[in-house]
Design a protein around this ligand. Structure first.
Ligand SMILES: [Fe+2]
Ligand SMILES: [Fe+2]
Length: 420
């Protein structure tokens, strides 16, 4: 039986305050492990446009490098709806029935605990630990102690206070400073104190939190003018139309619109889905020789089945070109382009949207049971993905074409996920 602490949050960015709490909880509660659990789309906070969930995840990973007892869990990060704590705790206690959990929250959250969704279900599954600052203020401590006793009685659970007298660090303040062009000595010092070194270098390297850079996904197309989405699309389209032959360009528009519609249906940012759809085949005009040459030049690995059917390479080459020639920096868009042909096990929402849109867009007419797959795509996306993989593999087998190993693995994965 392990004692596991859970520290949830947006972690945008993760800072030394979080790490301090983690360390204190680990020591004071005698934990075996402490799990950082970044949320997917925060229900209440608006996410900064230029910082994706993968950035937040990557920063957490950087931050805990020196903390062997800490882990970063991805349970919530991939979810696109609200994750309520009671759901997470129910899931974790089911998954790890032997272990005991300590759910760590801040003082403000403790005061708000009554208004959380099903507080009694959380308290039934974890000890609630409130990390409290300024322990020297005795009145406040008394008041908080009383509050925890009251909660313990009402919710029949364990509540405790964690003594953490660390300096207040504010994510809002950090983000504000990161967006400044010039900093005073004092401000620079604040950032150095507030952020682990690796996290700060990650932020600088990826230019996170720089609002002027937020439009960066179109930067290579136009980095001077402030452009509206409609105009941005036109610029991307203009370049694509030059590269692709007319039928491929028509297909591209079909995928973009279908992806946008699926994004509306499943609550994904529509604009990103549209851009991913537009660019998914941006390398499709290249010959097999050109694709191989491009991969070699850019150090992109080529697998055996890709050597056998180099056309498969248009996906990863497309992702690289989207970044370099079209200025796309959003990793979710690039990931979706990379896997649009073969899929991959555990695809995220945008991956599935593009993978499916590519197959069902209105110009497609040859695949069997298209009507059924089209309808399913808008009701059960995972099932649609599974059907497409099944039909694709079946088609490849029948026509004696070579089967890509990733497609096979993806199919095995989704077969388990969905029973057809
Ligand atoms: Fe493609
Ligand atoms: Fe395509």
């Amino acid at each position: 039986m392990k004692k596991i602490g859970i520290l949830g949050g947006t972690f945008s960015p993760v800072h030394n305050g979080h790490l301090y709490i983690a360390k204190e909880a680990y020591q004071q509660l005698g934990l075996d492990e402490l799990w950082f659990m970044p949320v997917g789309i925060p229900p209440h906070k608006q996410q900064e446009a230029a910082v994706t969930r993968y950035d937040r995840l990557a920063m957490c990973r950087q931050a805990i490098k020196e903390f062997p007892f800490a882990k970063v869990r991805e349970d919530e990060i991939h979810s696109d709806g609200a994750n309520y704590t009671y759901q997470t705790m129910e899931y974790l206690t089911k998954e790890y029935p032997e272990d005991s959990f300590y759910f760590i929250l801040g003082e403000d959250s403790l005061r708000m605990f009554r208004s959380w969704m099903y507080p009694e279900r959380i308290a039934a599954r974890a000890t609630i630990v409130a990390a409290v600052r300024s322990v020297r203020q005795e009145d406040r401590m008394e008041e908080l102690k009383k509050l925890t006793e009251e909660y313990a009685a009402v919710y029949h659970g364990r509540f405790m206070l964690l003594d953490t007298s660390f300096k207040d660090i504010s994510s809002t303040q950090i983000r504000k400073l990161l967006d400044r062009d010039e900093l005073t000595e004092e401000e620079r010092e604040y950032l150095l104190q507030a952020l682990p070194e690796e996290v700060l270098s990650y932020i600088r390297e990826h230019r996170l939190y720089e609002t002027s850079y937020m439009d960066g996904i179109y930067e290579a197309v136009d980095d001077k003018e402030e452009i509206l989405p409609g105009k941005r699309y036109k610029q991307l389209q203009k370049k694509l139309q030059k590269d692709l032959k007319p039928s491929r360009y028509q297909h591209t528009l079909g995928v973009a619109y279908t992806a946008a519609s699926l994004a509306m249906r499943y609550g994904y940012p529509m604009e990103s889905a549209y851009v991913a759809g537009l660019l998914h085949d941006c390398a499709k005009y290249m010959t097999p020789q050109e694709l191989i040459k491009y991969c070699k030049k850019h150090d992109l690995p080529i697998s055996e089945s890709e050597y056998e059917s180099p056309q498969l390479l248009h996906a990863k080459v497309g992702a690289r070109k989207a970044k370099e020639d079209y200025g796309v920096t959003d990793p979710e868009i690039l990931h979706a382009i990379t896997y649009h042909t073969t899929g991959c096990p555990g695809m995220n929402l945008l991956d599935k949207i593009i993978f499916t849109a590519d197959y069902i867009e209105p110009n497609r007419c040859e695949a069997p049971r298209l009507t059924e797959i089209r309808r399913t795509a808008f009701t059960k996306l995972d099932q649609a993905v599974s059907m497409i993989l099944f039909d694709t593999l079946h088609y490849l087998k029948e026509t004696g074409k070579s089967m890509d190993e990733t497609t096979q693995r993806t199919y095995e994965y989704y077969k388990k996920e969905v029973t057809l």
